[in-house]
Design a protein around this ligand. Sequence first.
Ligand code: ADP
Length: 485
Amino acid sequence: MTVHLTNTSLFRKDALIDGAWCPASTGARRPVHNPATGALVAEVAECGPDDATRAITAAVRAQAEWRNRTGAQRQVVLTRWHELVMDSLDDLATLIVAEQGKPRAEAAGEIRYAASFLLWFAGEAMRAYGDVIPPTNPATRLSVIRQPVGVCAAITPWNFPAAMITRKTGPALAAGCAIIVKPSEQTPLTALALGELARQAGVPAGLLQVLPGDGIELGKALCASPDIRKLSFTGSTQVGRILMAQSAPTLKRLSLELGGNAPFIVFDDAHVDQAVRSAIASKYRNAGQTCVCANRFLVQDGIYDTFATRLAQAVEQLRVGPGSDPDSVIGPLISTHALEKVEAHVRDAVDHGATVMCGGARDPAGALFYRPTVLRDTTPAMRIAREETFGPVAPLFRFHTEAEAIAMANDTEYGLAAYFFTRDHARAHRVAEALEYGMVGHNTGLISNEVAPFGGIKQSGMGREGSRYGMDEYMEMKYICTDIT
Ligand code: ADP
Protein backbone atom coordinates (compact mmCIF):
# COMPACT_ATOMS: atom_id res chain seq x y z
CA MET A 1 0.00 0.00 0.00
CA THR A 2 1.36 3.37 -0.96
CA VAL A 3 -0.42 5.77 1.39
CA HIS A 4 1.13 7.02 4.62
CA LEU A 5 -1.22 8.83 6.97
CA THR A 6 -0.41 10.42 10.31
CA ASN A 7 -3.72 9.16 11.67
CA THR A 8 -4.00 5.59 10.40
CA SER A 9 -7.60 5.34 11.65
CA LEU A 10 -8.52 7.34 8.55
CA PHE A 11 -7.35 4.64 6.14
CA ARG A 12 -10.62 2.69 5.89
CA LYS A 13 -11.32 -0.04 3.41
CA ASP A 14 -14.63 -1.36 4.69
CA ALA A 15 -18.13 0.07 4.51
CA LEU A 16 -19.56 2.26 7.27
CA ILE A 17 -22.93 0.75 8.10
CA ASP A 18 -24.90 1.49 11.26
CA GLY A 19 -21.89 3.01 13.00
CA ALA A 20 -19.56 0.07 12.39
CA TRP A 21 -16.92 -0.79 9.82
CA CYS A 22 -17.85 -3.95 7.99
CA PRO A 23 -16.85 -5.80 4.85
CA ALA A 24 -19.42 -6.16 2.07
CA SER A 25 -21.93 -8.93 2.75
CA THR A 26 -20.65 -10.77 -0.34
CA GLY A 27 -17.02 -10.41 0.76
CA ALA A 28 -16.22 -8.73 -2.58
CA ARG A 29 -13.53 -6.04 -2.87
CA ARG A 30 -12.56 -3.60 -5.61
CA PRO A 31 -9.08 -2.18 -6.17
CA VAL A 32 -8.40 1.56 -6.05
CA HIS A 33 -5.44 2.69 -8.15
CA ASN A 34 -3.30 5.81 -8.05
CA PRO A 35 -3.90 7.52 -11.41
CA ALA A 36 -0.42 9.08 -11.38
CA THR A 37 1.43 5.78 -11.07
CA GLY A 38 -1.05 2.98 -11.59
CA ALA A 39 -0.07 1.59 -8.16
CA LEU A 40 -2.64 -0.24 -6.07
CA VAL A 41 -3.72 2.00 -3.19
CA ALA A 42 -6.25 -0.24 -1.46
CA GLU A 43 -8.88 -2.89 -1.97
CA VAL A 44 -12.19 -1.57 -0.81
CA ALA A 45 -15.41 -3.35 0.16
CA GLU A 46 -17.75 -3.70 -2.79
CA CYS A 47 -21.21 -3.38 -1.27
CA GLY A 48 -24.27 -4.90 -2.88
CA PRO A 49 -28.05 -4.68 -2.49
CA ASP A 50 -28.08 -6.54 0.84
CA ASP A 51 -25.73 -3.98 2.34
CA ALA A 52 -27.96 -1.21 1.00
CA THR A 53 -30.99 -2.81 2.65
CA ARG A 54 -29.19 -3.02 5.98
CA ALA A 55 -28.05 0.60 5.71
CA ILE A 56 -31.56 1.81 4.85
CA THR A 57 -33.01 0.07 7.92
CA ALA A 58 -30.37 1.66 10.15
CA ALA A 59 -30.94 5.06 8.54
CA VAL A 60 -34.69 4.96 9.13
CA ARG A 61 -34.09 4.23 12.81
CA ALA A 62 -31.37 6.86 13.21
CA GLN A 63 -33.35 9.56 11.43
CA ALA A 64 -36.40 9.02 13.64
CA GLU A 65 -34.26 10.07 16.59
CA TRP A 66 -32.15 12.78 14.89
CA ARG A 67 -35.15 14.66 13.51
CA ASN A 68 -36.16 15.46 17.10
CA ARG A 69 -32.84 17.03 18.02
CA THR A 70 -32.81 20.80 18.13
CA GLY A 71 -30.97 22.86 15.56
CA ALA A 72 -28.46 23.73 18.25
CA GLN A 73 -27.74 20.07 18.97
CA ARG A 74 -27.21 19.33 15.29
CA GLN A 75 -25.02 22.37 15.02
CA VAL A 76 -22.72 21.09 17.76
CA VAL A 77 -22.14 17.80 15.95
CA LEU A 78 -21.56 19.42 12.55
CA THR A 79 -19.18 21.95 14.05
CA ARG A 80 -17.20 19.17 15.68
CA TRP A 81 -17.06 17.30 12.37
CA HIS A 82 -15.81 20.47 10.70
CA GLU A 83 -13.05 20.79 13.30
CA LEU A 84 -11.95 17.20 12.86
CA VAL A 85 -11.87 17.56 9.06
CA MET A 86 -9.71 20.67 9.36
CA ASP A 87 -7.44 18.95 11.90
CA SER A 88 -7.05 16.05 9.43
CA LEU A 89 -6.43 18.28 6.42
CA ASP A 90 -3.03 16.78 5.62
CA ASP A 91 -4.18 13.18 5.78
CA LEU A 92 -7.31 13.86 3.76
CA ALA A 93 -5.26 15.69 1.12
CA THR A 94 -2.90 12.71 0.98
CA LEU A 95 -5.84 10.41 0.28
CA ILE A 96 -7.16 12.69 -2.46
CA VAL A 97 -3.77 12.90 -4.15
CA ALA A 98 -3.40 9.11 -3.94
CA GLU A 99 -6.77 8.13 -5.37
CA GLN A 100 -7.74 11.12 -7.51
CA GLY A 101 -4.42 12.60 -8.58
CA LYS A 102 -4.86 16.37 -8.22
CA PRO A 103 -1.84 18.39 -7.05
CA ARG A 104 -1.41 18.49 -3.31
CA ALA A 105 -2.11 22.22 -2.95
CA GLU A 106 -5.38 21.75 -4.82
CA ALA A 107 -6.23 18.74 -2.66
CA ALA A 108 -5.67 20.82 0.49
CA GLY A 109 -7.84 23.54 -1.06
CA GLU A 110 -10.56 20.98 -1.69
CA ILE A 111 -10.52 19.92 1.97
CA ARG A 112 -10.92 23.54 3.10
CA TYR A 113 -13.76 23.95 0.62
CA ALA A 114 -15.33 20.65 1.75
CA ALA A 115 -15.06 21.64 5.41
CA SER A 116 -16.63 25.03 4.70
CA PHE A 117 -19.94 23.33 3.89
CA LEU A 118 -19.99 21.65 7.29
CA LEU A 119 -19.47 24.92 9.10
CA TRP A 120 -21.94 26.80 6.94
CA PHE A 121 -24.69 24.21 7.39
CA ALA A 122 -23.92 23.93 11.10
CA GLY A 123 -25.06 27.57 11.18
CA GLU A 124 -28.04 26.95 8.92
CA ALA A 125 -29.25 24.20 11.27
CA MET A 126 -30.21 27.04 13.63
CA ARG A 127 -32.08 29.00 10.98
CA ALA A 128 -34.63 26.60 9.49
CA TYR A 129 -37.40 29.17 9.85
CA GLY A 130 -41.01 28.71 8.89
CA ASP A 131 -43.71 31.30 8.19
CA VAL A 132 -46.83 32.76 9.74
CA ILE A 133 -49.28 33.73 7.00
CA PRO A 134 -51.96 36.40 7.51
CA PRO A 135 -55.22 34.43 7.27
CA THR A 136 -58.02 34.92 4.76
CA ASN A 137 -60.55 34.08 7.46
CA PRO A 138 -60.34 35.79 10.88
CA ALA A 139 -61.25 32.50 12.56
CA THR A 140 -58.14 30.72 11.30
CA ARG A 141 -54.41 30.86 11.84
CA LEU A 142 -52.04 29.73 9.09
CA SER A 143 -48.49 28.66 9.53
CA VAL A 144 -45.76 26.85 7.62
CA ILE A 145 -43.14 24.69 9.28
CA ARG A 146 -40.15 23.06 7.63
CA GLN A 147 -39.36 19.46 8.39
CA PRO A 148 -36.63 17.08 7.27
CA VAL A 149 -37.32 15.12 4.08
CA GLY A 150 -36.27 11.87 5.79
CA VAL A 151 -33.69 9.34 4.67
CA CYS A 152 -31.60 10.55 1.73
CA ALA A 153 -29.05 8.98 -0.61
CA ALA A 154 -26.07 10.70 -2.20
CA ILE A 155 -24.24 9.36 -5.25
CA THR A 156 -21.02 11.26 -5.84
CA PRO A 157 -18.28 11.52 -8.48
CA TRP A 158 -14.50 11.19 -8.34
CA ASN A 159 -13.41 14.71 -9.30
CA PHE A 160 -14.02 16.20 -5.84
CA PRO A 161 -13.88 13.16 -3.55
CA ALA A 162 -14.45 15.23 -0.38
CA ALA A 163 -16.38 18.35 -1.34
CA MET A 164 -19.15 16.60 -3.27
CA ILE A 165 -19.85 14.62 -0.12
CA THR A 166 -19.91 17.40 2.48
CA ARG A 167 -21.97 19.59 0.16
CA LYS A 168 -24.72 16.97 0.48
CA THR A 169 -24.18 15.50 3.94
CA GLY A 170 -23.81 18.92 5.61
CA PRO A 171 -27.29 20.19 4.71
CA ALA A 172 -28.84 16.74 5.12
CA LEU A 173 -27.69 16.42 8.72
CA ALA A 174 -28.41 20.08 9.46
CA ALA A 175 -31.98 19.63 8.24
CA GLY A 176 -32.56 16.51 10.34
CA CYS A 177 -32.16 13.88 7.62
CA ALA A 178 -30.12 10.67 7.54
CA ILE A 179 -27.96 10.12 4.47
CA ILE A 180 -26.36 7.14 2.77
CA VAL A 181 -23.35 8.04 0.61
CA LYS A 182 -22.35 5.97 -2.41
CA PRO A 183 -18.97 7.43 -3.43
CA SER A 184 -17.34 6.94 -6.80
CA GLU A 185 -15.67 3.57 -7.32
CA GLN A 186 -12.50 5.47 -8.17
CA THR A 187 -12.33 7.55 -4.98
CA PRO A 188 -13.95 5.77 -2.03
CA LEU A 189 -11.06 6.29 0.43
CA THR A 190 -11.64 10.00 1.05
CA ALA A 191 -15.35 9.31 1.57
CA LEU A 192 -14.60 6.55 4.07
CA ALA A 193 -12.17 8.81 5.97
CA LEU A 194 -14.86 11.49 6.17
CA GLY A 195 -17.21 8.82 7.53
CA GLU A 196 -14.70 7.94 10.24
CA LEU A 197 -14.36 11.61 11.19
CA ALA A 198 -18.15 11.96 11.32
CA ARG A 199 -18.27 9.00 13.69
CA GLN A 200 -15.59 10.56 15.88
CA ALA A 201 -17.51 13.84 15.84
CA GLY A 202 -20.54 12.17 17.39
CA VAL A 203 -22.73 11.64 14.33
CA PRO A 204 -25.02 8.84 15.60
CA ALA A 205 -24.80 5.30 14.21
CA GLY A 206 -26.82 4.90 11.01
CA LEU A 207 -27.26 8.62 10.41
CA LEU A 208 -24.40 8.92 7.95
CA GLN A 209 -23.30 5.73 6.22
CA VAL A 210 -20.82 5.14 3.42
CA LEU A 211 -21.39 2.30 0.99
CA PRO A 212 -18.63 1.92 -1.57
CA GLY A 213 -19.58 -0.17 -4.58
CA ASP A 214 -20.88 -0.34 -8.09
CA GLY A 215 -22.94 2.66 -9.17
CA ILE A 216 -25.38 0.70 -11.28
CA GLU A 217 -26.16 -1.94 -8.69
CA LEU A 218 -26.31 0.31 -5.64
CA GLY A 219 -28.07 3.03 -7.63
CA LYS A 220 -30.86 0.56 -8.41
CA ALA A 221 -31.12 -0.63 -4.81
CA LEU A 222 -31.24 2.90 -3.39
CA CYS A 223 -33.71 4.17 -5.98
CA ALA A 224 -36.03 1.19 -5.52
CA SER A 225 -36.48 1.79 -1.79
CA PRO A 226 -39.53 3.83 -0.79
CA ASP A 227 -37.71 4.62 2.47
CA ILE A 228 -35.22 6.75 0.54
CA ARG A 229 -37.17 9.96 0.11
CA LYS A 230 -34.57 11.96 -1.67
CA LEU A 231 -31.61 11.39 -3.94
CA SER A 232 -28.84 13.88 -4.51
CA PHE A 233 -26.54 13.05 -7.40
CA THR A 234 -23.49 14.72 -8.87
CA GLY A 235 -22.11 13.21 -12.05
CA SER A 236 -22.81 12.89 -15.73
CA THR A 237 -26.05 13.97 -17.41
CA GLN A 238 -26.40 10.48 -18.82
CA VAL A 239 -26.42 8.85 -15.37
CA GLY A 240 -28.60 11.68 -14.04
CA ARG A 241 -31.27 10.74 -16.57
CA ILE A 242 -31.10 7.08 -15.51
CA LEU A 243 -31.44 8.01 -11.85
CA MET A 244 -34.35 10.34 -12.55
CA ALA A 245 -36.14 7.53 -14.38
CA GLN A 246 -35.36 5.05 -11.61
CA SER A 247 -36.70 7.49 -9.03
CA ALA A 248 -40.03 7.90 -10.81
CA PRO A 249 -41.79 4.84 -9.32
CA THR A 250 -41.21 6.13 -5.76
CA LEU A 251 -41.42 9.83 -6.75
CA LYS A 252 -38.25 10.77 -4.90
CA ARG A 253 -37.15 14.31 -4.52
CA LEU A 254 -34.10 14.91 -6.65
CA SER A 255 -31.10 17.20 -6.73
CA LEU A 256 -29.03 16.65 -9.85
CA GLU A 257 -25.71 18.38 -10.50
CA LEU A 258 -24.83 17.17 -13.97
CA GLY A 259 -22.51 17.97 -16.84
CA GLY A 260 -21.66 21.39 -18.19
CA ASN A 261 -20.26 22.99 -21.32
CA ALA A 262 -19.18 26.30 -19.85
CA PRO A 263 -18.56 29.22 -22.20
CA PHE A 264 -15.82 31.69 -21.29
CA ILE A 265 -16.47 34.87 -23.26
CA VAL A 266 -13.75 37.46 -23.73
CA PHE A 267 -14.97 40.79 -25.16
CA ASP A 268 -12.65 43.24 -26.89
CA ASP A 269 -12.74 45.57 -23.86
CA ALA A 270 -11.70 42.86 -21.38
CA HIS A 271 -8.67 43.29 -19.17
CA VAL A 272 -6.37 40.77 -20.89
CA ASP A 273 -4.27 39.86 -17.85
CA GLN A 274 -7.37 39.25 -15.79
CA ALA A 275 -8.94 37.14 -18.55
CA VAL A 276 -5.80 35.03 -18.99
CA ARG A 277 -5.34 34.53 -15.25
CA SER A 278 -8.97 33.54 -14.88
CA ALA A 279 -8.80 31.25 -17.89
CA ILE A 280 -5.94 29.34 -16.29
CA ALA A 281 -7.81 29.08 -12.99
CA SER A 282 -11.06 28.03 -14.59
CA LYS A 283 -9.77 25.71 -17.28
CA TYR A 284 -6.75 23.91 -15.86
CA ARG A 285 -7.77 23.34 -12.26
CA ASN A 286 -7.95 19.61 -11.55
CA ALA A 287 -6.47 19.11 -15.06
CA GLY A 288 -9.72 20.40 -16.52
CA GLN A 289 -11.83 17.83 -14.70
CA THR A 290 -14.52 19.93 -13.06
CA CYS A 291 -18.09 20.39 -14.21
CA VAL A 292 -17.68 24.20 -14.09
CA CYS A 293 -14.39 24.24 -16.04
CA ALA A 294 -14.46 26.59 -19.01
CA ASN A 295 -15.05 24.31 -21.99
CA ARG A 296 -15.39 26.81 -24.86
CA PHE A 297 -13.46 30.07 -25.07
CA LEU A 298 -15.42 32.55 -27.17
CA VAL A 299 -13.10 35.43 -28.00
CA GLN A 300 -14.02 38.62 -29.81
CA ASP A 301 -12.24 39.32 -33.09
CA GLY A 302 -10.32 42.40 -31.91
CA ILE A 303 -8.66 40.69 -28.93
CA TYR A 304 -8.46 37.16 -30.35
CA ASP A 305 -4.79 37.09 -31.36
CA THR A 306 -3.55 38.83 -28.22
CA PHE A 307 -5.57 36.60 -25.92
CA ALA A 308 -4.53 33.44 -27.80
CA THR A 309 -0.83 34.29 -27.64
CA ARG A 310 -0.90 35.33 -23.99
CA LEU A 311 -2.92 32.28 -22.94
CA ALA A 312 -0.61 29.88 -24.78
CA GLN A 313 2.44 31.53 -23.16
CA ALA A 314 0.91 31.12 -19.70
CA VAL A 315 -0.19 27.54 -20.36
CA GLU A 316 3.29 26.53 -21.47
CA GLN A 317 4.49 27.37 -17.96
CA LEU A 318 2.10 24.92 -16.26
CA ARG A 319 4.11 22.06 -14.93
CA VAL A 320 2.83 18.54 -15.46
CA GLY A 321 3.55 15.85 -12.88
CA PRO A 322 2.20 13.70 -10.07
CA GLY A 323 0.13 15.49 -7.45
CA SER A 324 2.56 14.38 -4.77
CA ASP A 325 5.29 16.59 -6.31
CA PRO A 326 4.86 20.11 -4.84
CA ASP A 327 5.85 21.69 -8.16
CA SER A 328 3.11 19.98 -10.18
CA VAL A 329 0.10 22.00 -11.25
CA ILE A 330 -1.34 19.57 -13.79
CA GLY A 331 -1.88 16.06 -12.49
CA PRO A 332 -3.05 12.95 -14.33
CA LEU A 333 -6.46 12.35 -15.83
CA ILE A 334 -8.58 9.88 -13.91
CA SER A 335 -8.61 7.00 -16.42
CA THR A 336 -7.58 5.77 -19.85
CA HIS A 337 -11.11 6.39 -21.00
CA ALA A 338 -10.83 10.07 -19.93
CA LEU A 339 -7.46 10.42 -21.66
CA GLU A 340 -8.77 8.90 -24.89
CA LYS A 341 -11.71 11.29 -24.92
CA VAL A 342 -9.37 14.28 -24.62
CA GLU A 343 -7.19 12.90 -27.42
CA ALA A 344 -10.21 12.27 -29.61
CA HIS A 345 -11.48 15.84 -29.13
CA VAL A 346 -8.11 17.34 -30.02
CA ARG A 347 -7.69 15.04 -33.03
CA ASP A 348 -11.18 15.86 -34.31
CA ALA A 349 -10.51 19.61 -33.91
CA VAL A 350 -7.18 19.42 -35.72
CA ASP A 351 -8.68 17.28 -38.51
CA HIS A 352 -11.27 20.01 -39.03
CA GLY A 353 -8.83 22.90 -39.20
CA ALA A 354 -7.85 23.88 -35.64
CA THR A 355 -4.23 24.72 -34.81
CA VAL A 356 -2.38 23.47 -31.71
CA MET A 357 -0.68 26.46 -30.05
CA CYS A 358 0.78 24.40 -27.22
CA GLY A 359 0.39 20.89 -25.83
CA GLY A 360 -1.72 18.63 -27.98
CA ALA A 361 -0.14 15.36 -26.84
CA ARG A 362 0.32 12.97 -23.94
CA ASP A 363 2.98 13.81 -21.40
CA PRO A 364 5.74 11.37 -20.44
CA ALA A 365 5.09 11.94 -16.70
CA GLY A 366 2.94 8.79 -16.75
CA ALA A 367 0.32 6.81 -18.63
CA LEU A 368 -2.57 9.17 -17.81
CA PHE A 369 -0.94 12.58 -18.22
CA TYR A 370 -1.92 14.98 -21.00
CA ARG A 371 -0.16 18.25 -21.73
CA PRO A 372 -2.12 21.43 -21.12
CA THR A 373 -3.28 22.48 -24.54
CA VAL A 374 -4.50 25.59 -26.36
CA LEU A 375 -6.23 25.20 -29.73
CA ARG A 376 -7.01 28.16 -31.97
CA ASP A 377 -9.43 28.46 -34.87
CA THR A 378 -11.86 25.94 -33.44
CA THR A 379 -15.41 26.10 -34.82
CA PRO A 380 -18.87 25.16 -33.53
CA ALA A 381 -19.03 22.10 -35.80
CA MET A 382 -16.22 20.34 -33.91
CA ARG A 383 -16.89 17.77 -31.17
CA ILE A 384 -15.05 19.94 -28.67
CA ALA A 385 -17.74 22.60 -29.10
CA ARG A 386 -20.60 20.30 -28.17
CA GLU A 387 -19.22 17.79 -25.67
CA GLU A 388 -17.66 18.27 -22.28
CA THR A 389 -13.92 17.56 -22.78
CA PHE A 390 -13.10 17.16 -19.06
CA GLY A 391 -9.40 17.64 -19.71
CA PRO A 392 -6.75 20.37 -19.94
CA VAL A 393 -7.68 21.68 -23.39
CA ALA A 394 -8.75 25.25 -24.21
CA PRO A 395 -10.39 25.65 -27.64
CA LEU A 396 -10.63 29.26 -28.87
CA PHE A 397 -13.66 30.20 -30.98
CA ARG A 398 -13.97 33.60 -32.67
CA PHE A 399 -17.00 35.91 -32.56
CA HIS A 400 -17.76 39.44 -33.75
CA THR A 401 -20.82 40.82 -31.95
CA GLU A 402 -22.32 40.57 -28.49
CA ALA A 403 -25.45 38.95 -29.93
CA GLU A 404 -23.34 36.34 -31.68
CA ALA A 405 -21.45 35.56 -28.46
CA ILE A 406 -24.65 35.08 -26.49
CA ALA A 407 -26.14 32.86 -29.19
CA MET A 408 -22.99 30.73 -29.31
CA ALA A 409 -22.80 30.53 -25.52
CA ASN A 410 -26.40 29.37 -25.20
CA ASP A 411 -26.20 26.91 -28.09
CA THR A 412 -25.83 23.83 -25.89
CA GLU A 413 -28.08 21.47 -23.98
CA TYR A 414 -26.17 22.35 -20.81
CA GLY A 415 -26.62 25.30 -18.46
CA LEU A 416 -24.30 25.05 -15.46
CA ALA A 417 -21.63 27.79 -15.35
CA ALA A 418 -20.67 30.59 -17.75
CA TYR A 419 -17.98 33.25 -17.55
CA PHE A 420 -17.56 36.53 -19.36
CA PHE A 421 -15.02 39.33 -19.34
CA THR A 422 -15.88 42.93 -20.07
CA ARG A 423 -15.31 46.29 -18.43
CA ASP A 424 -18.48 47.75 -19.91
CA HIS A 425 -21.03 48.05 -17.10
CA ALA A 426 -24.16 48.06 -19.24
CA ARG A 427 -22.96 45.10 -21.28
CA ALA A 428 -22.25 43.21 -18.07
CA HIS A 429 -25.93 43.43 -17.09
CA ARG A 430 -27.14 42.49 -20.57
CA VAL A 431 -24.87 39.49 -20.90
CA ALA A 432 -25.32 38.16 -17.35
CA GLU A 433 -29.09 38.21 -17.83
CA ALA A 434 -29.02 36.67 -21.31
CA LEU A 435 -26.83 33.69 -20.45
CA GLU A 436 -28.93 30.56 -19.89
CA TYR A 437 -26.89 29.24 -16.99
CA GLY A 438 -27.36 28.65 -13.28
CA MET A 439 -24.10 30.45 -12.41
CA VAL A 440 -22.29 33.30 -14.10
CA GLY A 441 -18.81 34.64 -13.39
CA HIS A 442 -18.22 38.25 -14.49
CA ASN A 443 -14.51 39.04 -14.75
CA THR A 444 -13.70 35.93 -12.73
CA GLY A 445 -13.19 32.25 -13.39
CA LEU A 446 -13.68 31.11 -9.80
CA ILE A 447 -17.23 31.23 -8.50
CA SER A 448 -17.79 28.34 -6.08
CA ASN A 449 -18.08 28.85 -2.36
CA GLU A 450 -20.30 27.60 0.44
CA VAL A 451 -22.44 30.73 0.75
CA ALA A 452 -23.61 30.95 -2.89
CA PRO A 453 -26.10 28.66 -4.65
CA PHE A 454 -24.35 26.13 -6.90
CA GLY A 455 -26.37 24.41 -9.60
CA GLY A 456 -27.51 24.35 -13.18
CA ILE A 457 -30.48 24.61 -15.51
CA LYS A 458 -31.43 22.80 -18.73
CA GLN A 459 -29.69 19.41 -18.89
CA SER A 460 -27.16 20.38 -16.25
CA GLY A 461 -29.73 19.37 -13.68
CA MET A 462 -31.90 20.78 -10.93
CA GLY A 463 -31.62 21.98 -7.37
CA ARG A 464 -28.99 24.10 -5.64
CA GLU A 465 -26.24 23.18 -3.22
CA GLY A 466 -24.53 25.38 -0.65
CA SER A 467 -26.00 28.74 0.43
CA ARG A 468 -29.17 29.22 2.43
CA TYR A 469 -31.10 27.68 -0.46
CA GLY A 470 -29.16 24.43 -0.07
CA MET A 471 -31.19 23.55 3.04
CA ASP A 472 -34.44 23.65 1.07
CA GLU A 473 -33.37 20.56 -0.84
CA TYR A 474 -33.49 18.53 2.38
CA MET A 475 -36.65 20.02 3.91
CA GLU A 476 -40.35 19.70 3.24
CA MET A 477 -42.76 22.52 3.84
CA LYS A 478 -45.78 21.71 5.94
CA TYR A 479 -48.73 24.09 6.00
CA ILE A 480 -50.87 24.05 9.14
CA CYS A 481 -54.32 25.67 9.25
CA THR A 482 -55.94 26.07 12.70
CA ASP A 483 -59.52 27.04 13.41
CA ILE A 484 -59.35 29.08 16.61
CA THR A 485 -63.03 29.26 17.39
P1 ADP B 1 -18.20 10.46 -14.05
O1 ADP B 1 -18.17 10.55 -15.54
O2 ADP B 1 -17.92 11.71 -13.33
O3 ADP B 1 -17.53 9.24 -13.49
P2 ADP B 1 -20.69 9.18 -13.58
O4 ADP B 1 -21.98 9.85 -13.72
O5 ADP B 1 -20.37 8.02 -14.45
O6 ADP B 1 -19.69 10.38 -13.74
O7 ADP B 1 -20.41 8.71 -12.09
C1 ADP B 1 -20.73 9.45 -10.97
C2 ADP B 1 -21.25 8.54 -9.91
O8 ADP B 1 -22.38 7.85 -10.43
C3 ADP B 1 -20.30 7.45 -9.43
O9 ADP B 1 -20.45 7.29 -8.04
C4 ADP B 1 -20.79 6.21 -10.15
O10 ADP B 1 -20.55 5.03 -9.44
C5 ADP B 1 -22.27 6.47 -10.21
N1 ADP B 1 -22.98 5.76 -11.29
C6 ADP B 1 -22.52 5.44 -12.51
N2 ADP B 1 -23.48 4.81 -13.22
C7 ADP B 1 -24.57 4.74 -12.42
C8 ADP B 1 -25.90 4.23 -12.56
N3 ADP B 1 -26.32 3.66 -13.68
N4 ADP B 1 -26.74 4.36 -11.51
C9 ADP B 1 -26.34 4.96 -10.37
N5 ADP B 1 -25.12 5.46 -10.18
C10 ADP B 1 -24.24 5.37 -11.19
